[in-house]
Design a protein around this ligand. Structure first.
Ligand code: MG
Length: 278
């Protein structure tokens, strides 16, 4: 493959004929910052192939490539909405009954951070938990979509951490502070397209120790069922994300902790926990 050199000062510039990208391919998309230039790209091995535009609208490769180690990876999309499903694995229910329909709540786009950002413990928080999850990324406008057609509206999947303040979740009128505070929604490092999202291993590690490990085949409400259900009430747009629920048990994080959420094929979402103002 021929590529242009990234820098304009490069003496040799080779031209690559752009080709269309189709969502059916098993592809990993990233969003990155290289010397204050933000773009989407396709990650192949350790190289990022820059895209013109965003991945949801027939992107083309610009022909420029850059090493992954030379960029700062950002959240792989910029959602207009961040929706989440609670209590969606039997292993997480405890004594609670299985719900008759998906239990939805909202996070804010401003809670979203990327794989190289910190999770900030807000002032007054005493009980901040990780929740490793598969996150669905919507590919096109979806309203009143049937379960059987939902897959056509799903662009791909990424890893997410539905960071949750358990005391606030218990005591507040709504889950706004508990679930939607700034940095409570790390996602990334890539969006994986073309995978069988109904059987992907989701694993969470705290300081290298495995704390959660379960496949999405154990979801109570499947990915397609969730997308269909949400679309009955809320119009989903390209780049919107849905957190699909966390398996097993969770625990509190402390300043200095490193939490990793790994989804097979997506990569490792790794974030460090810091205290506000620290
Ligand atoms: Mg959750």
């Amino acid at each position: 493959m021929k590529n242009t050199c990234w820098t304009t000062s490069c003496a040799i510039v080779l031209v690559m004929v752009p080709r269309a990208i189709t969502a059916q391919e098993l592809t990993t998309y990233v969003r990155f910052d290289y010397q204050n230039h933000i773009a989407y790209g396709i990650l192949e091995d350790e190289s990022i192939h820059e895209l013109a535009g965003d991945p949801f609208a027939a992107p083309r490769r610009t022909g420029r490539t850059i090493r992954r180690s030379d960029v700062r990876l950002l959240a792989p999309c910029e959602p207009s909405k961040v929706i989440a499903v609670g209590l969606n694995y039997r292993s997480h229910l405890g004594d609670r009954p299985v719900a008759a329909y998906p239990g939805l709540f909202a996070k804010y786009p401003t809670s979203i951070v990327g794989p190289e950002s910190n999770i900030v413990i807000p002032e007054g928080s005493q009980n901040l938990h990780y929740e490793g999850e598969l996150v669905v990324v919507i590919g096109k406008r979806a309203s009143n979509v049937a379960v059987e057609e939902a897959h056509e509206y799903i662009f791909g999947v990424t890893a997410g951490n539905d960071v949750s303040e358990r005391d606030w979740q218990r005591d507040d009128l709504q889950w706004l502070r508990a679930k939607a505070s700034d940095t409570f929604g790390p996602i990334g490092p890539t969006i994986l397209t073309g995978a069988n999202y109904d059987d992907l291993l989701v694993q969470t590690r705290l300081n290298g120790e495995v704390r959660q490990s379960e496949s999405t085949k154990d979801l109570i409400f499947s990915i397609d069922e969730i997308v269909s259900y949400v679309s009955r009430y809320v119009t989903l747009m390209p780049g919107d994300v849905i957190f699909t629920g966390t398996p097993g048990s969770t625990a509190a994080m402390r300043p200095g902790d490193v939490v990793e959420v790994e989804v097979a094929g997506v990569g490792i979402l790794r974030n460090t926990v810091v205290a506000a103002g620290g």
